[in-house]
Design a protein around this ligand. Sequence first.
Ligand code: ADP
Ligand code: MG
Length: 507
Amino acid sequence: MAGRFSNKRKTASSAAPANTPVEQKPDERLLAAMARLDAVSPAEPPEGGNTPAPNSPAAAEENGEKPASPEQDEPASEGNAKLRDPKFLDAKVRLHRKLIDEINLSAIDKVPEEELRRQVAELASEYVLAERLPLNAHELEEFASELYDEMTGLGPLEPLLKDATISDILINTHAQVYVERFGKLELTPVRFKDEAHLLRILNKIVANVGRRVDESQPMVDARLEDGSRVNAIIRPLTVDGPLISIRKFSKKPFNLEKMYEFGSLKPQIGEVLAAAVSSRMSLIVSGGTGSGKTTMLNALSNHISHDERLITIEDAAELQLQQPHIGRLETRPPNLEGKGEVLQRDLVKNALRMRPDRVILGEVRGEEAFDMLQAMNTGHEGSMATIHANNPRDALTRLENMVGMAGTNMSEGSVRAQIASAVRIFVQLSRLSDGTRRLTSVSEITGMEGDIVQMQEIFKYVRVGTEEDGTIIGEFRATGVRPKFLDEIKSHGIEIPGEYFDPKDPL
Ligand SMILES: Nc1ncnc2c1ncn2[C@@H]1O[C@H](COP(=O)(O)OP(=O)(O)O)[C@@H](O)[C@H]1O
Ligand SMILES: [Mg+2]
């Protein structure tokens, strides 16, 4: 049957056969539907015989699921505020589940847009009537239109992507989706129809950045159009189905002031770091996954002079530097034939031919460490990177190992000497057990003694206790060491008050 794609909706198609030419505009249909409102009893299921069971709020709660209604969704500036209301987001999530049950998803791309819009609008109005959602005809039309966009976009993920209070979306197979809000994980009622449905959406995401995911390439990094970062891993490397992690792009990038508000560090420490950055001291932000390294790198980069030319290098672009003069580079994975891969190392080498004042490396992970140190040692002072490490000493060791991967035959001593002369400051971050992200140490490299890199801690976070609910109590303290780099900062005309380094009282 031409144009027919609905595989289950028998009752609805008898009321409006799918192969009838579409004459009525959706809004007329919806107006007519609204007129029927009073005829519909609230208890009546949306479709004859089709109980609302698996999709109804009550059923979801019985299953021990938490509805995905956000406590404080930031209303988007555009669009209808009512539709941004948590209640409607929630309704949408549920309606999505219904839609993916009723519509033949694999046919979506082949069905004419008009036809698909019509069917979605029809289902939406039936649902709105049955659930007695207080929408007027115009709002209903908007609701249906958003649903359509979402169905053809990233499906059940769209409401979560729109919810500004969600920072991470964690998909554990098609049947389970968690989100992170305010540092806490919560289960959502969002589901995909089946594994094929989830894979289809995943492939849409990765195709956008020219990548693909299949059995031969079951691990992939990608980025959504809004800048959100996606990692996906599928069978055969996963046991139960696709595992997808989305780190949402924050519309408002953090600055140091916001971090003070969050208690991630003290203004005195921020002031010292900002001064070091603007005085072109090469710096490395280290920490575990999700500890806030990229966020910190972004915030610190605000203190780079707008006169400088910056080149950023990342595997998946997520830095949001505010400077006007910036060139952004991104690595490329191999193509189908396993060719054409471009590594971070290639990009760092290339960046050095682009007359940068500073090179900003999103995350140093391997042999490119060598080239980055070279850059820092050859006139690109003030270059910055993040590294995955548990403490500043660990970061040093890892850096050393990474340089070793570059295969330069340098002795251990000369690798360390390279590091000691290139990097001035390590900023250590941690995600504590209560979910908060904190700066836990600022350390300065002061040189070499024999074969050992000399490092001294300037500031640290000291844990003093734990509240009953698990909240960690702690304070930021100076160690009493007056950093060597203060003189250099001073030569750039920046004064840092001496009392910042007084260890007597917490900052
Ligand atoms: N200081 C902070 N306070 C609260 N949330 C933060 C802070 N720093 C980062 N985040 C949030 O934590 C998540 C991980 O941050 P990100 O910088 O990407 O970590 P990393 O680069 O270490 O993996 C993001 O959602 C980010 O918005
Ligand atoms: Mg990062």
